[in-house]
Design a binder for this molecule. Structure first.
Ligand code: NAD
Length: 358
């Protein structure tokens, strides 16, 4: 078994920065790389802020905090990874982009190094196939945020060796994580189960079953989840969720995994979640009294009424399928914004939901 002393992390987004922080705080030498220099600087700043916060709250001693800083450095080039013992990749959830990176890393890192992917869903076997070391390629799937969440899901590709598995398992345990092992099938264990639920929550919102607040509250208080599915999607990143659902759909070939059009539209609109302030945008998502669809129109206070609300009465939510936002004319949308001010949206969506529950 290789002793891991140094680690290269590729991708300084939510996951990569958390993995780099975790590794540095556990005494490993960490090199963090992101192809976007702004993202790299932001990652280093966020790690620094997090460590300072842990120190100020008494969760980490000053000495350990200073030690973590000493262990961490940013790199603008992957060439700096030549002597690391393991690379953990946490870049965009795209098979093509990850494959290019793995092929490149394979040429740079030393022969004994392990190449691990934090992929949420993509085949580890296929990522390994572009390298000359398929026995040393493995899935090491951290949960978000990596320093806090207790689980690491380990995924063995078709050729992953026992030695690579044991080294990776030992590393995860050194980070204080509990590990689970999955076969290399789309979405592995966690996302195979989680993502259909998130997708279904979007379908429920899209079909007008309930407001996003009631969907989230229902799942939080009704099923004891710490976060509602929409809030969780917001936290994960809607782009990441959509990519994973597409991998499930393509890889398992079942239409039940087809992504909800509302989720697709959010991603198309660049509303990616907490990382881009989606939560803020989501409060403007309300049911349209003109056509009963859900749309992204921000209510405009003080605008003169252009159409009486009675001209287009709201109908029971489940009676009308959602329509594409761009199919709506401008005027009814403005009238709808006025209507919202007069009659809270919640009262419209709640009634059918209550009736349904009864
Ligand atoms: N977000 C989650 O909750 C979560 C949880 C577990 C696993 N994951 C997985 O972790 C990976 C990263 O997700 P994230 O949420 O951190 O994404 P993110 O969008 O926050 O960050 C991705 C980072 O990768 C960088 N990047 C993209 N292509 C690159 C390349 N070729 N070389 C170097 N850097 C590159 C981007 O600049 C960006 O900073 C994905 O595979 C995702 O499926 C995400």
């Amino acid at each position: 078994m290789v002793e891991i002393k140094s680690i290269g992390v590729v991708g300084g987004g939510q996951m990569g920065s958390g993995i780099a922080q975790l590794a540095a705080a556990n005494g490993l030498d960490v090199i963090l790389h992101d192809s976007d220099s702004t993202a790299l600087n932001n990652a280093l700043k966020s790690i620094s802020d997090n460590i300072q916060r842990l120190i100020s709250r008494g969760h980490l001693s000053k000495d350990k905090g200073a030690d973590a800083f000493r262990h961490l450095k940013g790199a603008s080039s992957l060439e700096d990874f030549h002597s690391v013992d393991i690379v953990i990749e946490a870049i965009v959830e795209s098979e093509d982009v990850k494959k290019k990176l793995f092929a490149h890393l394979d040429k740079i890192v030393k022969g004994s190094a392990i190449l691990a992917s934090n992929t949420s869903s993509i085949s580890v076997t296929r990522l390994a196939s572009v390298t000359s070391r398929s026995s040393q390629v493995i899935g090491m799937h951290f949960m978000n945020p990596p320093p806090i969440m207790k689980l690491v899901e380990i995924v063995r590709g078709a050729d992953t060796s026992d030695d690579t598995f044991n080294t990776t398992k030992y590393l995860a345990e050194r980070f204080g994580k509990t590990i689970i092992c999955s076969q290399d099938f789309p979405g592995f264990i966690v996302n195979r189960i989680l993502m259909p639920m998130i997708n279904e929550a979007f379908h429920a919102l899209y079909a007008g079953v309930a407001t996003r607040e009631d969907i989230d509250t229902g799942m939080k208080l009704g099923t004891n989840h710490p976060m509602g599915p929409l809030e969780l999607a917001d936290f994960i990143g809607l782009d990441v969720c959509l990519s994973i659902i597409k991998v499930l759909h393509a890889g398992l070939g079942d239409s039940k995994y087809a992504p909800c059009p509302l989720l697709v539209q959010y991603v198309d609109a660049g509303r990616l979640g907490k990382k881009r302030g989606l939560r803020q945008n989501m409060k403007f998502l309300f049911q349209c009294p003109c056509c009963s669809c859900f749309c992204f129109v921000k209510p405009q206070k003080g605008k003169p009424k252009e159409k009486p609300v009675e001209a287009k009465p709201a109908k029971p939510v489940d009676a009308k399928p959602a329509k594409p936002v761009d199919a709506k004319p401008e005027k009814p949308v403005e009238a709808k914004a006025e209507a919202k001010a007069e009659k809270p949206v919640e009262s419209k969506t709640e009634k059918p939901v209550e009736a349904k529950a009864e």
